[in-house]
Design a protein around this ligand. Structure first.
Ligand SMILES: [Zn+2]
Length: 460
């Protein structure tokens, strides 16, 4: 199976190398901001000319917003705009122009309704302080050295890795990976390099290919599996909150940069700011590590993983929940499960967003009309089942697929590709004998979620 995969390593840069990396990132920003200013100036000029009643064919010619177009503009102007342009790799300017071309495309597509998700705004200028310095190399010498502790990048030269790159090096040696690009980026005070690679992965099977596991995501436990296993929610952000508060208060007391007064930040402010961003980076790293371990284990073991299609973006709008949801990383967990299930030869299935997994009894299939969030134990009035609320939900999710599979043969398709799932299925599968009161879920709430629902024609 051919996939695009990233290998990310921490770098140990010397002060000279760090300056060079920062210079390249700065060059990317300069090119981005210059091109954005040009785009805006031409847009405003054309708009103004239109108000004078100048016919369209006599307006100032529009700029091309594509990467080659922007690059052409930049190359014509770089001698004036950036007389130092020879000091940086051309890839640095390309990084900035590429970011702008993408941002402009996202904006146009979003405006014309061709882009899903939240509306994308018009690109904004990059600031030296707020943007993480980053530069991407797509051409030239990009390689891992034989000792696997060093890499070579264009212009930046030979850089020391903080850890061994043997996993990637082995793949390159055996011909199963090809480096497509390398991005050098500073993240929470530390430099990283991320190689985007085309990787040929061997086809694998999960250790239990027939196993179906339902996963109920929550805040008390990050994930409750239908097997009865509970993955704790480590709440890294909540744990670090006291430290973060202290650091950001200390930062607020120091003299930061002020553009109006053209004041440079004090040395103490710089140090306090670095301390705060390191603390945030640590939370991120801990969270990422935990999620990767959990999702890899699930994807390696189980043939089918059933998740609820949670409306994470919607939940993040709830001010009381947002911090906890974001800290748990539901969206990231789902994203990782989707691609890892495919890597390990299993599949991830999203249950319909409106499927009442918590309200349904996993024993007899009766659905309750109401279930308060505070009720941690599910008690069925019909069959007398008493079960942990989250476990009950996880079992319902698993049963959703189990009954589906026995009803109409094995679920076709592998992987989490939404398009390959459940072709020709139309109505939401419920527990056999479930009360059909309030047939929520038969009609997809939004047009585009149609094909990702666990659905089937003709309930039975
Ligand atoms: Zn029951």
């Amino acid at each position: 199976m051919k996939t695009i995969q990233a290998y990310r390593y921490a770098l140990d840069l010397t002060p000279t190398q760090e300056r060079a990396a920062l210079a390249h990132a700065g060059a990317a920003r300069v090119a981005h901001n210059w091109a954005l200013a040009r785009v805006r100036a031409v847009m405003c000029q054309r708009a103004a000319e239109r108000t004078y009643g100048i016919p369209d064919n006599q307006l100032t010619p529009a700029l091309s917003w594509s990467l080659p177009g922007l690059r052409k503009e930049w190359n014509a102007a770089k001698r004036q705009v950036a007389p130092w342009w020879t000091e940086c790799s051309k890839e640095a300017f390309n990084t900035g122009l590429d970011a702008l071309a993408r941002a402009l495309r996202n904006w146009t597509r979003s405006r014309s309704g061709h882009r899903a998700g939240r509306p994308a705004g018009f690109p904004r200028f990059k600031s030296r302080r707020r943007t993480a310095p980053s530069v991407r190399f797509t051409t030239g010498t990009i390689r891992v050295e034989l000792d696997r502790k060093h890499i070579v990048l264009p212009r930046l030269g030979r850089l020391k890795l903080h850890e061994s790159a043997r996993k990637l090096a082995r793949r390159i040696d055996s011909g199963t990976a090809r480096i497509m690009s390398a991005t050098v980026r500073r993240d929470g005070g530390r430099w990283h390099v991320a190689f985007t690679c085309e990787v040929e992965r061997t086809d694998r099977r999960p250790t239990q290919p027939l196993s179906v596991v339902g996963v109920d995501l929550g805040i008390k436990h990050l994930a409750v599996l239908s097997t009865g296993e509970k993955a704790p929610n480590p709440q890294h952000l909540i744990g670090a909150q006291a430290r973060l508060r202290r650091f950001s208060r200390a930062l607020a007391r120091k003299a930061g940069p002020d553009r109006c007064a053209s004041r440079h930040p004090s040395g103490r402010w710089e140090r306090a700011s670095a301390r705060l961003s390191r603390a945030h980076a640590r939370v991120r790293n801990l969270r990422r590590d935990g999620l990767h371990k959990l999702t890899t284990r699930l994807a390696r073991e189980h043939g089918t993983i059933v998740l609820e299609d949670l409306n994470v973006a919607g939940m993040l709008r709830n001010r009381r929940l947002a911090r906890h949801i974001a800290d748990a990383g539901f969206a990231e967990l789902r994203r990782q499960l989707a691609y890892k299930a495919e890597w390990y030869g299993g599949q991830m299935i999203l249950a319909d967003r409106w499927y009442p997994s918590s309200k349904t009894c996993s024993g007899c299939g009766t659905a309750k009309a109401k279930l308060a969030l505070a009720e941690r134990i599910y008690i069925c009035t019909k069959c007398g089942l008493v079960l942990d609320r989250d476990l009950n939900a996880a079992r319902n999710l698993a049963a959703l697929v189990a009954s589906h599979t026995t009803g109409s043969g094995p679920v076709a398709g592998r992987g989490a590709d939404r398009k390959t799932q459940h072709a020709g299925l139309a109505a939401v599968k419920r527990q056999p004998g479930a009360a059909s009161a309030g047939q929520t879920g038969t009609v997809p709430p939004q047009g585009r979620t149609t094909d990702r629902e666990l659905t089937r024609a003709g309930d039975g």
